[in-house]
Design a protein. Sequence first.
Length: 536
Amino acid sequence: MIVSLKALGLCLLASPTWATSYKEPYRPQFHFSPAKNWINDPVGLLHHNGTYHLYYQYNPGGIEWGNMSWGHATSDDLTHWEEQPIALLARGFPENVTEMFFTGSAVADVNNTSGFGVDGKTPLVAVYTSSYQVTQTLPSGKEVKANQQSQSIAYSIDDGMAWTTYDEANPVIQNPPTPYQNQYENFRDPFIFWHEQTNKWILVTALSEIHKLVLWTSDNLKDWKVLSEFGPFNGVGGVWECPNLFPLDLDNDESKTKWVMIVGLNPGGPPGTVGSGTQYFIGSFDGTKFTPDDESVYPGNKTSNWMDWGPDYYATTSFNGLPSTDHTVIGWMNNWQYGTKIPAYPWHGAMTAPRHLSLKTINEKPTLIQQPNEAWKSIESQGKHSSTWKTFNQGSKDLGPVGKTLDVELEFSASDASKFGIIVQATSDWKEQTAIGYDFKGKQIFVDRTKSGDVSFDETFASVYHAPLIPNSDGTVRLRILVDWSSIEVFGGDGEATLTAQIFPSKNATFAQLFSDGGDTRNVQLGVRRVSSTWK
């Protein structure tokens, strides 16, 4: 029998009616966070009928990880989000949870291959990991072990607001393929997409402990068979999670389409970080197998392509339902190293700014380019303040109390300076500050959060992070910096280097300052916009 969560009243139980001003200390003002409780991976991202659906891993019962369910928020511009009732609530919550709904993805089944559509209504289908807490016989008659992870589906015929679990046959992929069935406790995070060339659904899952991805295919979203395997390659310091696979045109040339595989790694993130991180591979996909371009990839490779070089970018996933020219992703802006200990309250965790992805040839190599979504510019409260210096002398220049939510554009070139950058979120005595800049000698961006405010909750938090960035051919460096109440996102160059870090400064840390260390910096151009809150 197929059981509807809505029919059981479970969606109504979790309706987000909590009172919040969205002005609590550290509350992101233009990044999504839930009104209360724990949040981690974005899941099921889907653009359908003009609405962006952001589902996410959510604990309806507390501020730490547990009772994993699918929370839900919607937007018409990727900027202003409205929290919705829970889409998939942990089965048995709150007294006796028997099944949790882990990370997954969602698609619009426009051809009704699943047969879930009725009266001409397009069904939305979510595929997710069922994490079974106890040994049990399911309504489908299938038997699962305690701690088993399997892949299940649910569907919606009201455009993603209410979901029905396919209990008649779940899980639709019960076990890992032979010979990996001993990996049943770490078999998760299905990412699904429609492959037009083969007219098939393609699914990517992770065998997390052994750093391997498995690709599957189906005609109807219910019956799946194995296509191929990928991995282990490059970063293997921790478990592999949250895979994505999608095409992008290289240099905007439709005849040069590449495929990108994204893999989360926890722990074992970028050099200089502790905890989780996200790597990517560029290659080809023939409908059966993904083959990376770089034949030198191998386990433990130190030259992994990191999607973000900061400590707080993980579990990134793609919006289905958008054209490849508008490929957009969102990541979890937190880190498993200290995610449950951050000083935010009454929620823990937030999402990154949505990022538009493209591929560009840089230094003769196809490179992933990321740029922040621009929709929120329409709500910026003040126009752009611009300043230029032909020569910025060694030393610093105070910019005054510029605020705590900023969109900063900075362009410059070296003279004899060793470092150049901007300090933000600083108190008037500069005892609290976050420095963002460029190291000319090391050819790298840096974010220094050692004095960024509250750093006491984790011994690894007060650190300096770096991302490699080669200046343009004319020697200029460009940085785009998004500053929110508790985060920094840096986009270097065209967006080939990004660095994301949380910070927890005092409320009065509104001051900013430019600095040039070790000498003068040339051709400095600074643009600063103050961003208004996106919360109603």
